[in-house]
Design a protein around this ligand. Structure first.
Ligand code: ZN
Length: 698
């Protein structure tokens, strides 16, 4: 198959007369680095491209099945791995934009195509004749002389068939199809409701006096938002974190904090047209049905089957080890908060909307850390210099901004050529930092094109980091919070993983869900290291490097607030697990009550809610991290332990360790399972001690 593709490509190149299509997606992308001509592609082009992409792959699959030769790795597995090239190209171009530059028509198209994609995938992975060929190859795998990557691709494809129901009878297969289709629609509706609620749930304030305590740039941003929404002269906040978080952290007005807090945590729970309660309950029920059909007791068992953790027990074991010390830590923080309230001559019992506000005060009292002062050293362009500096010191990468001749999908996103130590182009990187209405909340890393091989040459990946960092208002600098900087380093860790991946087969690219966060989370460890801060943390007005005294304070205070952060995170992880280990769905399941009861039983302090509540928990309900939100902590065991490998040498840029990390973790993609790769890097299994120490719990 690879050979055929090559010959076809050569033939085309020789005659040089491939007819140009009206649809840019059907032509070769001729801009530098093969970047898509974004502005020329219309919604109709995308629709046509995806439909044709599916048709082409269908034909390719039919050809594999029709092959009269006995099944071999090349004519079956490799051929499958190569199939769907056009679909990959079109979806690769469309998907990042559907999260960052979404329009009504894009959302409509997603809705229209979602069931088609789901049945397209079912058509492939429930195809009995195709499975018979795959199985035949799988059964001879020991004698085929496959290399490690080929073995992994074969195993992945085989398992995907089994997990897609290839071994079910026809009636069961039909049921599974129906469930998949329904689930994908519900998950999409959930996500779209949430996007709507995040952007369109507003808290409006009539007088600026009510905003006492709020930093000026946030007041200005709120005024701008009001103006954009026809409420000039007022101040508005939506439920994007950069808009609403500062209210919770800085506003003296307790009533306003309460309003914003309730609005934020009740996204999807407002009994309106975008309510996600019934949808979530339905999703959970259908998932259980699917798991049962596949021979599992519950959905979590099924989801964990191909992850590092393997079983729900292993997940609970990890979460529970950290839960108890975290709640204890949170109780200490709440005690500090009570003290701060008393200092103001008041004596009310703190509620959720008091937590961030008074914790910030307690932190200042304890460590005299002023977040505002720190922010003046964290201007976005400087932060990006810090991000690049670390990648350069560790791996020798350099970043050249590309300004001309490269199509841009968004004027505020910057494009860079990533150049490796040996001078070769390793990847293209888009850095898309600021919020806009068409962008969903949160931060993520995605690709317009993944790394692959074509005709023996490495096709470089085109990687995107999307964040919702604090934007500048007017001409002012875009100053970031510590959290935002952490997020930028985090997403860039994912980007490094994508830049460096070097696999021959598409099917060897992915890693286990609970391994994914290792490269991203380890990258956060460099963000506030004094040696790194000294390079990038410069005062936006004076250019003065952040004083060592302030660096020390950041270090000392960084563990403060971990009680809250850990409890809210584990609470969400536990709820995610609790819902998906159910073996029976209670009648009239109300996911909000279920969540609250489960957490109350475990003794969650009343001042803390799960980081996401069920109606706005897109990680689990949207589908990506179902029975998988624990992964961040699972990976934190790994990243804390892995960073120790650097720290133990006394040099956070130790080249020997960096090379090992690159070779064993970043480059191999998913050609091996996570634990094997980790052990190859570390020389042993990961240990939890470093995590507890970093969170100030040991
Ligand atoms: Zn991540």
């Amino acid at each position: 198959m690879k050979k055929t593709v090559m010959i076809a490509a050569v033939a085309l190149a020789m005659c040089g007369c491939a007819p140009k299509s009206d649809n840019p997606l059907f032509n070769e992308f001729t801009a530098p680095f093969g970047i898509a001509p974004f502005s020329e592609i219309t919604i109709e082009h995308y629709r046509e491209g995806m439909l044709k992409g599916m048709d082409e792959q269908k034909a390719e699959i039919a050809a594999i099945v029709a092959n009269q030769d006995a099944p071999t790795f090349e004519n079956t597995i490799e051929a499958m791995d190569c199939s769907g090239e056009l679909l990959r190209k079109v979806r690769g171009t469309f998907s990042p934009l559907s999260s960052s530059n979404s329009t009504d028509e894009m959302r409509e198209l997603e809705k229209e195509l979602s069931p088609l994609f789901s049945s397209h995938s079912d058509d492939i992975y429930m195809n009995a004749d195709l499975f018979a060929r795959v199985k035949a190859v799988y059964e001879q795998r020991e004698s085929l002389g496959l290399n490690a990557e080929q073995s992994k691709v074969l195993e992945n494809i085989y398992k995907r068939f089994v997990n897609s129901g290839a071994e079910l009878n026809d009636e069961q297969k039909a049921k599974l199809r129906e469930l998949n289709k329904e689930l994908s629609m519900l998950q999409l509706t959930f996500s779209q409701n949430l996007l709507y609620e995040t952007n369109n749930t507003f808290v409006t304030v009539d007088s600026v006096e009510e905003l006492a305590g709020l930093p000026e740039e946030n007041i200005a941003a709120a005024a701008k938002m009001a103006e954009q929404n026809g409420q000039a002269g007022k101040w508005m906040f939506n439920m994007q974190r950069p808009s609403c978080n500062p209210v919770l952290q800085y506003c003296e007005n307790r009533e306003l904090r309460e309003k914003v807090y309730n609005a934020y945590y009740n996204r999807g729970n407002q009994d309106n047209d975008h309510d996600n309660k019934a949808i979530s309950a339905k999703i959970v029920a259908l998932r259980l049905e699917k798991a049962r059909l596949m021979g599992f007791e519950n959905y979590a068992q099924m989801a964990l089957d191909d992850r590092m953790a393997k079983t729900p027990e292993a997940v609970y074991n990890l979460l529970e080890q950290v839960w108890t010390p975290a709640v204890k830590k949170a109780q200490e923080e709440i005690e500090d908060i009570r003290r701060e309230i008393r200092k103001e001559g008041k004596n009310f019992e703190p509620a959720g909307w008091d937590y961030m506000y008074y914790l910030d005060k307690a932190k200042k009292a304890k460590y005299a850390v002023d977040e505002q002062e720190i922010r003046s050293y964290l201007e976005i362009n400087n932060v990006m210099q810090g991000v690049f500096y670390v990648a350069n010191k560790l791996y020798g990468l350099t970043f050249k901004e590309i300004t001309a001749d490269v199509p841009s999908y968004e004027p505020s996103a910057k494009a860079y050529e990533v150049i490796d130590r040996d001078g070769k182009t390793l990847a293209i990187f888009y850095s898309d930092n600021f919020p806009r209405e068409s962008k969903r909340a949160g931060a993520w890393c995605t690709s317009f094109r993944g790394q692959s091989y074509e005709n023996g040459g490495r096709v470089i990946p085109i990687v995107v980091n999307c964040c919702n960092s604090a934007a500048s208002t007017g001409d002012g600098p875009a100053l970031q919070s510590i959290d935002n900087v952490e997020t930028i380093f985090h997403e860039f860790g994912h980007a490094l993983h994508s830049f460096m991946r070097d696999v021959q087969y598409n099917g060897a690219g992915g890693v286990e869900r609970d391994f994914v966060e290792l490269p991203s989370q380890i990258n956060e460890h460099w963000a506030f290291h004094p040696e790194v801060l000294a390079v990038y943390a410069k005062h936006y007005k004076t250019g003065e490097i952040i004083p060592m005294e302030l660096v020390k304070k950041i270090e000392e205070s960084s563990k403060y607030g971990q009680g809250f952060a850990t409890v809210e995170y584990i609470a969400a992880s536990l709820s995610d697990m609790d819902l998906h280990v159910l073996t029976e769905i209670p009648e009239n399941l109300n996911v909000m009550d279920f969540e609250a009861e489960g957490l109350a039983k475990r003794g969650i302090p009343s001042q803390i809610l799960p980081r996401y509540r069920m109606t706005n928990f897109s990680h689990t309900m949207g589908g990506g991290y179902t029975a998988g939100y624990y992964s961040y902590m699972w990976a934190e065991v790994l990243d804390a332990d892995a960073f120790d490998a650097f720290a133990e040498t006394g040099d956070i840029f130790n080249q020997e360790v960096a090379t090992k990390f690159r070779n064993h973790i970043l480059t191999p993609g998913g050609i091996d399972d996570g634990m094997t790769m980790y052990k190859a890097f570390r020389g042993r299994e990961p240990q939890i001690d470093a995590l507890l120490r970093n969170r100030g719990m040991k």
